[in-house]
Design a protein around this ligand. Sequence first.
Ligand code: TRP
Length: 444
Amino acid sequence: MNKRENFGSRLALVLAMAGSAIGLGNIWRFPYLVGQNGGAAFVIIYIVSCFVLVLPIFMAESIIGRRTRLSTFGAIKKLAPGSPWKWIGLLTVITPLLILGYYSVVGGWSVDYLWKACTLRLTHNTAGLFPGFISSVWEPLIAFTIFLVATAVIILLGVKNGIEKFTKICMPALFVLIVGIVIYGLTLPGSMEGVIYLVKPDFSKIDAGVVAAAMGQAFFSMSLGMGAILTYASYAPENENILSSGVGTTLADLGFALLAGFAIMPAVFSAGIQPGEGPGLVFDTLPYIFSQMPSWIGAILGIVFFLTILMAALTSSISMLEVGVAYLQEEKGIGRVKGTIIITLIAWVLGIFCSLSFGPLAGVKIFGLSIFDCIDKLCSDWLLPLGGLLFTLFVGWYMSKADVRDEFTNHGTANVGVFSVIYFLMRYIAPVGIVVVFITNLVL
Ligand code: TRP
């Protein structure tokens, strides 16, 4: 077997984890969910979920990964030999494939829109552009394939030369780009209404559905529940303080989601568009806004904006692919190149169906949902929370408290004071929170 690679430094680890966390979930999903769920009240519940629900699960995955230095399947097998817990491993082989397929379809949209922006097609009349585009056959398929191949190329380069180098360049660039967009957005007339929408809560809007949506989004956004964080933590440098990388990633992800909200909502309000419009919000409304500006500003902003989305999406999709590749490498002895090709091909086939489900396959319904929506819902409402639940139960109830404490505190040298708080959250609060999400999803 090949010698196992590690990240070169703690900065590299945090950037890679933040890269996985920050993605389409922040820029594409978060703003439209805020819009659909009543603005600031949703944002507040989201922030609370990040720390009470998500951070403990993040810690659970980090503990398993760093303790064993193996990817999910092997890690669970090593910690719980011969027990039924090994089925968590199976879940973390299936979920990444499903997610990678449909996530790459949306990644493909950002490739296509970047191309449109570069060829100045976003500065003209854009009415109906998005629905027309996603329901066509070839253009989204080609863009999706380009996105998936780009993901595979980075993974082929390896942990240090691929993931580490790419995220080190992209993450600072992303931050600069999004701050630039926020500042520009705030100068637009009428943009203050968007800011108020994001900061002034109307608590009458909160119901069980809003709470469940906020928790589910926090989960998806932090890449939890399928072993992506676990796998990255298994490449952590020896002396890494896993609590600080967890808190760092949570703050970065949360901060970026809020920045994306402040980049998008003021512009949406300024253009007089409804914030609750749904998944098309980013792809439909921003080009409209760009087309209203003096054409050279619109052109530059369009390129910057879709480049930002594309980079964020790629630093996330590589983490999904890495989970499967690490599994094949460690458990099946399949080399990195072959493993990457196998997983990419399976995700490609799945993604083709997802992409076509906006056009020729729109009539195919599973439980009343299109193929794309069905996989999206299956993963974010069920499989990821289920994975997260099993990870916290595993660390909170199966592993011995002494082992958990030893790993969490770096053998008693760090984080000793907060251990009992996080342990309590892992054992009780996070599992109960997830079960509440499940019940709400079932009832609604
Ligand atoms: N967190 C990423 C986003 O917000 C998506 C993502 C990457 C993900 N890896 C994951 C989601 C693993 C769930 C599980 O775009």
